[in-house]
Design a protein around this ligand. Sequence first.
Ligand SMILES: Cc1ncc(C[n+]2csc(CCOP(=O)(O)OP(=O)(O)O)c2C)c(N)n1
Ligand SMILES: [Mg+2]
Length: 357
Amino acid sequence: MEQRAFEGEIEYIQVMDETGNVDQSLFPKDLDDQKILEMYKYMLFARANDAKTLSLQRQGRAVTYAPLLGEEATQIGSAYAMRKQDIFVPNFRQHGVFLMRGLPLEWMYLYWRGYEEQLPKDVNGEAIIVPVATQMPHAVGMAYAQTYKKKDAVVIVYVGDGGTSEGDFYEALNFAGVWKVPLVVIIENNQWAISLPRGKQSAAKTLAQKAFAAGIGGVQVDGNDVIAVYKATKDAIDKAKTGPTVVECVTYRLGMHTTADDPTKYRPDAEVEIWERRDPLARVKAYLVRKGLWNDQMEKETSEQQSKEIDDAVERAEQFKEDPRSIFTNVYSFVPQTLQDELDDAEKNNFWQEGGK
Ligand SMILES: Cc1ncc(C[n+]2csc(CCOP(=O)(O)OP(=O)(O)O)c2C)c(N)n1
Ligand SMILES: [Mg+2]
């Protein structure tokens, strides 16, 4: 006897093409042009915020930074699909997601000045996570907890193409599949893991198909198409009660890996130019302009207003006086006696005053 033991397919979805034309048959019913306009403004904001942080880093006013340039549609489209109660778990490049979730801007600039704090609770997300893919098992545990506590919340976790090669990624998916946790995995496939190209990362044709080994469904979308990303994330959130989904967003890191990297050393300009022509913002702008909902004057005014908001936030961040006690008080949800003793000792010895012991 011979029969097929497993069959699986990965769909690729693009709703808006590079010129701004929309495939109406795929257009999500709950989206309209006003919402697309709103997403576009967030994408502009994410790009402006990114450029500002990069420039601050170059001036010595921010620490090492991982730019998001080129990945705006993946981040804004997925974050736009989240509901208030949903929880996001980033890695280190999802500044656009933080922005959409309403994290006060100065919070981001404080972080990039080296001040790591817990996020305000209503943002409903985790702080930046640098060790690659370690966020995956945590996110699965958080998703499991939502079911356990009978909460109507979905966990949306982000991981890079490089992250999908880590043991943590597979272990997390395995658990998520067995326990059918309410989880959406956004693979932000930006084609590079520092200097390692996607072609050398995995021999798998798609990264989404890695879901199959864990008994999970997967889909691949044009990650530079904000509508396709929104649609796939929304569909995955809608069905998260029945189990997890992996959404691979095919996008491109137009800039450097971090400010400590120089991509001209390992990738050809011609490749970057191809992806520049697939700019995630340009196609939405073309769509909105054609509909008479946007023009250069509106873009200029919006950019000026966003720049002002950004500059004000930078100023607030640079004037912020940090409280060193948070090193002790923000480690756990409560302060254990051992840390309280250390804090008391630090206070007694004037630890954080110049000349303290
Ligand atoms: C466990 C671990 N190994 C190595 C590193 C160093 N490192 C930081 S980012 C990165 C590449 C990540 O690539 P990818 O997952 O594709 O995410 P991207 O940076 O492209 O957003 C590496 C190897 C790390 N931070 N953590
Ligand atoms: Mg990558």
